[in-house]
Design a protein around this ligand. Structure first.
Ligand SMILES: NC(=O)c1ccc[n+]([C@@H]2O[C@H](COP(=O)([O-])OP(=O)(O)OC[C@H]3O[C@@H](n4cnc5c(N)ncnc54)[C@H](OP(=O)(O)O)[C@@H]3O)[C@@H](O)[C@H]2O)c1
Length: 287
């Protein structure tokens, strides 16, 4: 993973690029929300929720459930998980937590590269659907690149799942530009709906080539670790806190608003704390 820590001055400058007036809702008007549109025209809120450690005892289960459902109620409806998070525990936790709310959420899960051979993708998808207690995924991702020579077969398997209605769309994760170009060269490869990669105020590597490449092709980027994995240099940064104070928002909310500022990035912060989730949801309407 490329990391480009910013100097203190450059970090403050980057964050200050958000120092524009908050879109103030006129009386009775809902505040404008950051959204992102997939190539098939489906629009989702630009701040979702990650779940790498959820359902695994980091917080009390009731707090994590309340956090996830609070986030959904506040508009953070894109829920990201993976078959290997807690060996399925994260998917199981989400399946239970969103029961009865399936139509309110946009469920994203991932297949591991080592499960892509033969009928592996269909098998992994069936298992994820079972753990998530649903009969379709909104988005199914390849968690990490496989060899370029396997792209054609992986795309064909994803397309079979899409045509059967088990998944609505598919995408990739941790692909660089060279791999995206190779993907777009195989039949159906340009149906890729997203690339999920690391992006935050302290890791801006994708701005060099991957983000412009995806934006030019209208392929949304999903930003993982948008709070730099809770790094206090982001979530407790005094410059961000100062910018947030003027908006009644936390440093974390400003950091998330910065990640989604361009209109083609969905941030998926993880939190098992209802209070943190409320802070994070504020980023949806910070401009
Ligand atoms: N595709 C991939 O290869 C990949 C890799 C990594 C992650 N991901 C996905 O991206 C999601 C997010 O990434 P991440 O978990 O690495 O990092 P992150 O979302 O940047 O940070 C999560 C950490 O920040 C804390 N936090 C959240 N909101 C906060 C707030 N308002 N104030 C202070 N602290 C706050 C959380 O603690 P609390 O729980 O206490 O709030 C947690 O420790 C993962 O859950 C996963 O779904 C994907």
């Amino acid at each position: 993973m490329n990391r480009h820590p910013l100097s203190r001055r450059r970090f403050a400058c980057a964050a200050a690029s958000l120092a524009v007036p908050v879109a103030r809702a006129r009386a009775g008007e809902a505040p404008k929300m950051h959204t992102v549109t997939f190539p098939d025209g489906t629009t989702v809120p630009a701040i979702g929720q990650g779940s790498w450690h959820l359902g695994q005892g980091r917080h009390p289960r009731a707090a994590e459930e309340e956090a996830l459902r609070t986030g959904i109620a506040l508009g953070m409806t894109v829920i990201d998980t993976a078959e290997n998070y807690g060996d399925g525990a994260s998917e199981q936790f989400i399946g239970r937590a969103v029961e009865g709310w399936r139509d309110k959420v946009f469920l994203v899960t991932k297949v591991e590269p080592e499960n892509t051979a033969g009928d592996g993708i269909a098998r992994a998808c069936r298992a994820s659907l079972g753990r998530l207690r649903t009969d379709y995924l909104d988005l199914y991702l390849l968690h990490a690149p496989v060899a370029v020579s396997s792209f054609r077969g992986v795309v064909a398997k994803f397309e079979e799942l899409r045509e059967s209605g088990k998944i609505r769309r598919w995408g990739v994760s941790n692909f660089d530009v060279r791999q995206m170009e190779a993907l777009f060269r195989v039949p159906g490869g340009d149906r890729c709906a997203t690339n999920q990669v690391g992006y935050n105020l302290r890791n801006r590597a994708i701005e060099k080539d991957l983000l412009p490449w995806c934006t030019a092709r209208k392929v949304p980027v999903m930003a993982y670790s948008p709070l730099a994995t809770g790094n206090s240099a982001v979530v407790r940064d005094p410059d961000l806190a100062k910018i947030g104070a003027g908006r009644g928002a936390s440093a974390a909310a400003i950091a998330l608003a910065w990640v989604v500022r361009g209109g083609n990035v969905i941030a998926i912060p993880e939190s098992g704390s209802p209070e943190h989730v409320k802070e994070n949801a504020a980023a949806l309407t910070i401009w």
